[in-house]
Design a protein around this ligand. Structure first.
Ligand code: CTP
Ligand code: CA
Length: 225
């Protein structure tokens, strides 16, 4: 049954949603990570199921119960997420990149635990860039009419930053969150602006992440061929 009497406007559609945050290993016991809880991505998956979609949820290090009815693919690193996203996108109508992807990963992985040595300073951690999955998905759409959606957390000039990022990534929609001390990460509510490549700007008031998810699906459904 659809939430709030929504119609099954995603019926027959395959949607791919990434959620959580990638972890980039330094050694078998340590990683570089981020604070993404996965709540927004999981809400997107659950609401898409409710609207009739077949949902593939690419879940990166999320400790939440799997949304009923979604096909969950677990990944950890950005490179694993990239592989899973490109594969799932092949027959997808929509791909939503809600995951926080690490921009960098350690240049080297130590196969054994890194040990401290008395009197010796630690070596600096060299980093390399991770591929930009969203830009890649946008540039090589696996399918005509496929919609690609990104998420961005911004501070300062949120709208200008968001508009520039939308153009740079080449995606169809960019959901921009304003982040600050008490907003965004780990919370149950979210306010956002949905920017589109066709120039629209839809403001979504602070509310449950399910409401933001439904507002995003509204924008997606209106643009599906
Ligand atoms: N993203 C991605 N691959 C990356 C980095 C980001 O697919 N290597 C996606 C995220 O999932 C999100 C969008 O790009 O949907 C925006 O992420 P963001 O970190 O805001 O963008 P960046 O280009 O990394 O810009 P910044 O330098 O502000 O972090
Ligand atoms: Ca980034």
């Amino acid at each position: 049954l659809a939430r709030g009497g929504l119609e099954q406007d995603l019926a027959g559609r395959h949607v791919v949603v990434s959620a959580g945050g990638t972890r980039e290993p330094l050694d078998p016991v340590r990683f570089l990570g981020n604070r993404s809880s996965g709540k927004q991505g999981y809400a997107l998956a659950a609401t898409a199921v409710a609207r009739g979609a077949r949902v593939t949820l690419l879940s990166a290090n999320v400790e939440l119960p799997a949304p009923a009815g979604a096909d969950v693919v677990r990944v950890s690193t950005a490179l694993q997420l990239r592989e899973a996203a490109l594969k799932a996108a092949v027959d997808a109508d929509v791909v939503v990149m809600a995951a926080a992807v690490a921009d960098f990963r350690p240049a080297e992985y130590a196969g054994g635990k890194i040990k401290k040595v008395d009197g010796v300073d630690p070596a600096p951690v060299a980093l390399v860039r991770n591929p930009d999955i969203l830009a890649e998905l946008s540039a090589q759409r696996q399918r005509g009419g496929q919609l690609v959606v990104g998420f961005a957390a911004e501070t300062d000039d949120v709208l200008a930053n968001g508009r520039a990022k939308l153009t740079r990534k080449g995606c169809d929609l960019l959901v921009v969150n304003e982040v600050g001390e008490s907003r965004g990460f780990g919370l149950d509510t979210n306010a956002a602006v949905v920017l589109s490549a066709d120039g629209t700007e839809v403001h979504i008031a602070d509310g449950p992440k399910e409401d933001l998810a439904d507002a995003v699906w509204d924008q997606v459904a209106a643009r599906l061929p």
